[in-house]
Write a protein that binds this ligand. Sequence first.
Ligand SMILES: [Zn+2]
Length: 269
Amino acid sequence: MIEIQKYGEVLQIRMSRVFNGQPLYWVAAYLVDGLLIDSGCQHTAQELVDFLADYHVEQIVNTHYHEDHIAANWLLHQQRQLPMYAHRDSLPLMRQVPTLYPYQEIAWGYPQPVDAQELGPVIKTPHYTFEVLHTPGHCPGHVVLLENEQGWCFSGDLFISERPKVLRPEENVHEIMKSLRYLLSCAPDEFALFTSMGQILPQGRQAVTNLLSYLQSVTQQIINLHHSGHSIDDIRHTVFGRESRMAELTNGQFSVNNLINSALTHCNL
Ligand SMILES: [Zn+2]
């Protein structure tokens, strides 16, 4: 299913597979001035293509290679010959069928491999210029698009919420914090944040600052407790309470323990 929302010139397209009559997991794409930012998952690919038939689309940028962000690329490229762009670190991963866990198959499905082109430092549309910021941490080759004049920031999965408790094992919380600082240093004083989870936050700087402060605080607590000799279970109990139910649902792919482990590795960043 698709739901749309307008914010000025920006069209948000929220998509979700319907399972047992309920939306399973929302992922957002954005369309602005002919630029499509991300293209959702395989289960909603045809629906997005049908929806976009009435819209002018000139190009696609993918914030990263994950299966819930690229899956309509193939159909759009086949049917409309749209050029696609992503960070160079994402390109080889978009050219292959990913290995997915059962929860990913159910929620999103397997995207068709595509041959995207390397993103430059900016993406231009007829009326706007989007700065491309390399913001790894969620995964390699993640980018954020920033339109400074308009105060628009398309954050992909760099921003999930202001107080996340779970990470995937391959995520690096120190790199995420570095990328958040980089974003804040490049962005205008005020900007709206458009997230892949479907939030549109007019006070984007405050939201990003809150997330960074939260991650700095919990990371420091985790490191301090570790240095005092506490176990991972002790640290989880003290800082977060119980393990998230997401850990069981995703076979440990989204867990509090992953966040703790990430905080305790790569501390020199
Ligand atoms: Zn992602």
